[in-house]
Design a protein around this ligand. Structure first.
Ligand SMILES: [Zn+2]
Length: 183
């Protein structure tokens, strides 16, 4: 059979129920019934076609009739479904990507969140100093000296903004020193 024959063999799009027993969703996704009968398809909803694809190796050696029997046997069907669900469940939650926070939703898709704005004086100070805990006193002091040098009003011709920034830097230094290295 040629490629074009296969392409023309696609059934026209119609509303079909998902072939998974008891599923009320539309069967919008097709999956070959077995490797020996690739022209015959099951029609599944997205969830069930994913589960079916995940279980493909399990069904690979079976005849169409055997696959049919296995699919009607809900206990066997549930196994790959559960596995897929468990894998997605383990991916859920918030992960630090190094670029920002990502949430992984039920579909395994990621959603980018803008990084959380610092809220506490301590977080603001860390953000201003561009430091992450754990801190060392040497690192804190080195960074402080750098920032003072960069923002000192003397190096900005007595600029009021530089004066304000220096105040913030001094305040942040006090906050960090009190938080991490209490006397
Ligand atoms: Zn379904």
């Amino acid at each position: 059979m040629s490629r074009s024959r296969l392409a023309y063999a696609d059934p026209p799009p119609v509303q079909r129920p998902c072939d998974h027993p008891g599923c009320a969703a539309n069967g919008d996704f097709r999956a070959p019934r077995s490797k020996t009968t690739l022209q015959n398809f099951y029609w599944f909803c997205l969830d069930h076609v994913r589960a079916y694809n995940a279980a493909w190796n399990f069904y690979a050696g079976m005849s169409a009739a055997e696959v049919e029997a296995e699919i009607r046997n809900d206990t066997v069907w549930q196994r790959p479904t559960w596995r897929l669900g468990a894998r997605i469940a383990s991916m859920r939650g918030t992960k630090w990507s190094g670029f920002g926070l990502f949430d992984i939703d039920d579909e395994g898709n990621t959603k980018v969140h803008s990084p959380k704005r610092p809220t506490s004086p301590q977080e603001k100070a860390l953000s201003l100093f561009d430091l992450q805990p754990p801190l060392t006193l040497i690192a804190l002091r080195t960074r402080y000296k750098e920032l003072v040098k960069r923002h000192h009003p003397d190096t900005h011709g007595g600029d009021r903004d530089a004066e304000e920034r220096l105040k913030e830097i001094n305040q942040a230094y006090s906050t960090l020193k009190a938080s991490y290295f209490p006397a």
